[in-house]
Design a protein around this ligand. Structure first.
Ligand SMILES: [Zn+2]
Length: 260
């Protein structure tokens, strides 16, 4: 079966910009398509088995999506779900057996669900179609050449434990008395900033019967977040702290992006 991936986007410039916001979704598609094919696809899309669609001004993403569903693609990627029509078309496509990926700008995975419901899509169809949401933020990575180990003081330790959640902190299997973290220093390699590159922190909210039930009843983001954590999700903050304990970043960076 020929695999086809379609991107709906508003105008050529919008499409190019959205390649960047959609990178994470393409990375998820790595199962079916080798990661790294994204950028060559700008010019060589058809050769690589992808079909990209650029839209004229007066055609919306939802209209285009309905039109190219006739080509019966296996995987559909919608650049961004910004309006009810696009979101509904995505849900419909999903319910008719297509694997649909999209992006949304929200603060957390749980808020993504409520944002889509707020757009006005039918909670019954949406709860049926929903597979999961991955939220992603980028934090600056500590420079490998100059970062320095230090022992956090009591105040910082308390903060870390509180951010991670007292009852879950033990799962990190760290001995607070022997904890060593890394801090930014600065060297010529990193232009004296102490940081070099970016590290992704993520939270993955996965569908379940209980989750579908919450969506069906239009639950709040707080209720969705609470259930997903009891079902095993680790939040952006928790993933950030786990990466900080590995020496990849520091608490200041995580606080910038993970406190909402
Ligand atoms: Zn450095």
């Amino acid at each position: 079966m020929t695999r086809m991936l379609a991107i709906a986007a508003g105008g050529a410039l919008g499409a190019v910009l959205r390649y960047w916001t959609s990178t994470a979704v393409h990375a998820r598609l790595g199962m079916a398509f080798p990661y790294g094919t994204l950028l060559v696809n700008v010019l060589g899309s058809l050769l690589m088995g992808f079909l990209y669609i650029w839209l004229l001004e007066r055609v919306t993403e939802g209209t285009a999506l309905r039109a190219f569903l006739r080509a019966d693609p296996d995987v559909i990627m919608i650049g961004e779900m910004r309006d009810k029509e696009t979101a509904e078309a995505g849900v419909e496509a999903s319910l008719t057996g297509h694997l649909v990926f999209s992006t949304l700008h929200t603060n957390s995975a749980a808020e993504t669900v409520t944002r889509l419901l707020d757009l006005g899509i039918d909670p019954v169809s949406f709860s049926d179609a929903f597979l999961g949401v991955m939220a992603q933020r980028l934090v600056r990575t500590l420079c490998d050449k100059c970062k320095q180990p230090y022992t956090p003081d009591e105040e910082e330790l308390t903060l870390i434990r509180r951010y991670y959640g007292e009852e879950q902190f033990s799962e990190l299997k760290v001995n607070p008395a022997k904890l060593t973290l890394q801090k930014a220093v600065g060297c010529p390699e990193c232009n004296n900033t102490g940081y070099r590159g970016r590290t992704g922190i993520h939270e993955l909210l996965v569908s379940s019967h209980a989750m579908k039930d919450l969506i069906y009843h239009k639950a709040t983001a707080g209720e969705i977040q609470k259930l997903s954590i009891t079902e095993g999700m680790r939040t952006l903050m928790q993933d950030g702290i786990a990466k900080m304990l590995k020496g990849q970043t520091d608490l200041a960076q995580i606080r910038k992006v993970a406190i909402t």
